[in-house]
Ligand binder design. Structure first.
Ligand code: GLC
Length: 533
C-alpha cells in the first residue's frame, strides 16, 4: 500500500496538509442501496492512502432528514442510519489513522434540523423557544415577517422567516427545515462545546465549522441596511469570543479548526485566524478568481499578506460541494459570467477547462499552506447538468427553479468503468451521466496522462519535497501572463496563462508538468510545471 511516509513536523501537520473532502452520500456505496456510506469509505481507504492525502474532511454524517444534504442535523452525536453507525465511524477514524490519515468532522452550529429535539420542544411551546429566534410578525395582524433579511441561498427570494399556527415566526437563514440557534443563550454555547469534545474524544483531529461567520445575531433583529456596520447577522464581534472558547476546547485535544468564512474584507477575515481563535479558514477569494495571471497573483499576494498578519497558514481550495466543479468553471467560454454561480446551459469547453484545472492543481499545490481536494476533483469530473426531475438540492427549489442548485457537483463517483453504475454501488441517488465510466478511477490509475495520475504524482512530490507546503514564496521575473515563483530548496513553479508558449528558466530540472513541454522545450499555454533550479 504505497511507500512509507516521511515524517513531518507532526504538531503543525495542518499548516501544509492536503485534505480530501468526502461527501459521504456520493463517495462510495458499500451496501448497494444507492447512497454512499461509511462502509463505502472504509473500503476505499487504500485508494485515499495511495492518493497521498493527509486528512479527510467529512461533510455532515449525523442523523438528519437530509433537507439540505445533512446540513440539517437532528442529533450531532449519532450517525445517520443511511450512512452507518457511530461504532463504524469510530472504526473508520481509527483505520484511517493507521494509514496516516487524520479525520475532520463538519459541525453545523448556526442552525439545527426542525427535527432536532430542541426545536420540537420549542414548537410544542416549551422554554426551548429561547434557544431559537421566535418573534411576533409585523403588520396589523402580525402577518408580515419580523424583518427583511435576505436568504443565504443564492438566487432565492424566499423569506428567512416561517410563521407557525400560533402566529409567531421563527428565523432560518437557510431553509425552513434549518431553524437558526440563538447564540446569545448560554445553553447553546455549552451544548456545542460538548459536541466538540464528543468528537475529539472519538479521535478526530479537526473540525470544519459550517457558516462560521453567521452564528451571532443583533438581538434586536433589525432590518438589513446595505453597508450599515455592524451587519445584523454577518461577522459580528461576538463571534470571536465564541471561537476563543472553542479554541480552548480544541487545544486540550491538539485539535484544529477550519472555518467556512465567506467575507470580502480581508482584514475582517484575518481576525478569525488570530492565534487564540481558528487555526485556518477556507480561502474563497482564490476559488472565485478567474483564470487570469494578474488577478490570481493579486489574490495570492493578498491571501498571504492577510494570513501573515496573524501568523496563520493559508488554505487553497478550487472546489467543494457548493460550487461548480473546477474543470467546468475553467472551461466556461462566456467571460462575463459570475465565476462561482451556477446556471443552466452555460457554454463550456471541457478540454480547455481540464487543461487549466490540471495547471491550477499544480499551482495550488505549490503555494504555501494547506490544500483541499474535493472528491472527484482528482478524477477531473465535470459539473453535471442533471435532468430537472432528479434535482434534490433545496437551493434549486428556493430559487423558484431558476438556479440549478448544487447537485451537479454531487453526482456519485465513478470507480470502475465496467461495473454497474460505474462501480459506485447501487442505483445512485443522483443519476450518473452516460460518459461517467470514462472518468472511472480504475481506468485513470492505468493511464499516466490522467488527472488521477497527475494528482498522485503531485501529492507524492509534495510529500518528499519539504520545500512545498508551509514557508516563504518569492515571485520571479516572468513575461506578461506568466506566474513564476520560488519556494525553498530550489523548488520553482511556473504557470503559463498567456496565449503562446514561453521559455523556462535555464538550468532547471523538470519535476512534474501538467502537460508536456512543446517540441522546442517551451512551456505551452495553460500549463504549469514544477522545477528544481
Ligand atoms: C454551508 C454548506 C452548505 C449548506 C449551508 C447551510 O454553506 O457548505 O452546503 O447548505 O452551509 O448549512
Amino acid at each position: 500500500m504505497g511507500q512509507p511516509r516521511p515524517a513531518r513536523n507532526q504538531s503543525a501537520w495542518w499548516r501544509s496538509a492536503v485534505i480530501y473532502q468526502v461527501y459521504v452520500r456520493s463517495f462510495a456505496d458499500g451496501d448497494g442501496d444507492g447512497t454512499g456510506d461509511l462502509a463505502g469509505v472504509r473500503a476505499r481507504l487504500p485508494y485515499l492512502a495511495e492518493l497521498g492525502v493527509d486528512a479527510l474532511w467529512f461533510n455532515p454524517w449525523y442523523l438528519s432528514p437530509l433537507a439540505d444534504g445533512g446540513y440539517d442535523v437532528a442529533d450531532y452525536r449519532a450517525i445517520d442510519p443511511a450512512f452507518g453507525t457511530l461504532a463504524e465511524a469510530e472504526k473508520l477514524i481509527a483505520e484511517a489513522r493507521e494509514l496516516g490519515i487524520r479525520t475532520l468532522v463538519d459541525i453545523v452550529p448556526n442552525h439545527v434540523s426542525d427535527q432536532h429535539p430542541w426545536f420540537r420542544a420549542a414548537l410544542a411551546g416549551g422554554p426551548e423557544r429561547d434557544l431559537f429566534h421566535f418573534r411576533p410578525g409585523r403588520g396589523e395582524h402580525g402577518e408580515l415577517p419580523p424583518n427583511d433579511w435576505p436568504s443565504q441561498f443564492a438566487g432565492s427570494a424566499e423569506p428567512v422567516w416561517t410563521r407557525l399556527p400560533d402566529g409567531d415566526w421563527y428565523l432560518h437563514l437557510f431553509t425552513p427545515e434549518q431553524p437558526d440557534l440563538n447564540w446569545a443563550h448560554p445553553a447553546v454555547r455549552q451544548e456545542h462545546e460538548e459536541i466538540l469534545r464528543f468528537w475529539f474524544e472519538r479521535g478526530v483531529a479537526g473540525v470544519r465549522i459550517d457558516s462560521a461567520a453567521l452564528l451571532a445575531k443583533d438581538p434586536d433583529l433589525p432590518d438589513f441596511v446595505e453597508g450599515r456596520d455592524p451587519n445584523p447577522y454577518v461577522d459580528r464581534d461576538e463571534l470571536h469570543d465564541i471561537y476563543r472558547s472553542w479554541r480552548a476546547v480544541a487545544d486540550a485535544y491538539d485539535g484544529i479548526f477550519v472555518g467556512e468564512v465567506w467575507l470580502p474584507d480581508s482584514e475582517r477575515f484575518a481576525r478569525y485566524l488570530r492565534p487564540d481563535e481558528l487555526h485556518t479558514a477556507f480561502n474563497f477569494s482564490f476559488l472565485s478568481c478567474p483564470w487570469d495571471a494578474g488577478r490570481l497573483r493579486t489574490s495570492i499576494d493578498e491571501t498571504l499578506a492577510e494570513h501573515a498578519s496573524v501568523g496563520a497558514p493559508a488554505t487553497w481550495v478550487l472546489c467543494n460541494h457548493d460550487v461548480t466543479r473546477t474543470v467546468t468553471r475553467y472551461g466556461r467560454t462566456d467571460t462575463g459570467f459570475d465565476f462561482t454561480a451556477k446556471a443552466f446551459g452555460t457554454p463550456t469547453d471541457l478540454a480547455l477547462g481540464t487543461r487549466r484545472a490540471r495547471a491550477a492543481a499544480l499551482l495550488s499545490l505549490a503555494l504555501p499552506g494547506s490544500v483541499y481536494v474535493y472528491q472527484g476533483e482528482e478524477l477531473g469530473l465535470p459539473e453535471v447538468e442533471l435532468p430537472l426531475d432528479s434535482i434534490q438540492d433545496p437551493m434549486h427549489f428556493r430559487s423558484g427553479g431558476t438556479d440549478p442548485g448544487r447537485d451537479g457537483c454531487r453526482v456519485p463517483l465513478p470507480w470502475a468503468a465496467d461495473a454497474p453504475y460505474a462501480g459506485f454501488g447501487g442505483d445512485p441517488w443522483l443519476p450518473q451521466p452516460a460518459d461517467w465510466p470514462a472518468y472511472a478511477a480504475d481506468r485513470q490509475v492505468e493511464d499516466p496522462t490522467s488527472m488521477l495520475s497527475l494528482y498522485r504524482a503531485a501529492l507524492r512530490a509534495r510529500r518528499t519535497e519539504p520545500g512545498f507546503g508551509d514557508g516563504p514564496l518569492n515571485w520571479l521575473p516572468a513575461p506578461e501572463g506568466v506566474l513564476a515563483f520560488a519556494r525553498t530548496d530550489g523548488l520553482l513553479c511556473v504557470v503559463n496563462l498567456a496565449d503562446g508558449p514561453v521559455e523556462l528558466p535555464v538550468h532547471s530540472e523538470l519535476l512534474l508538468g501538467s502537460a508536456p513541454l512543446d517540441a522546442d522545450g517551451f512551456l505551452p499555454s495553460d500549463t504549469a510545471v514544477w522545477l528544481r533550479a
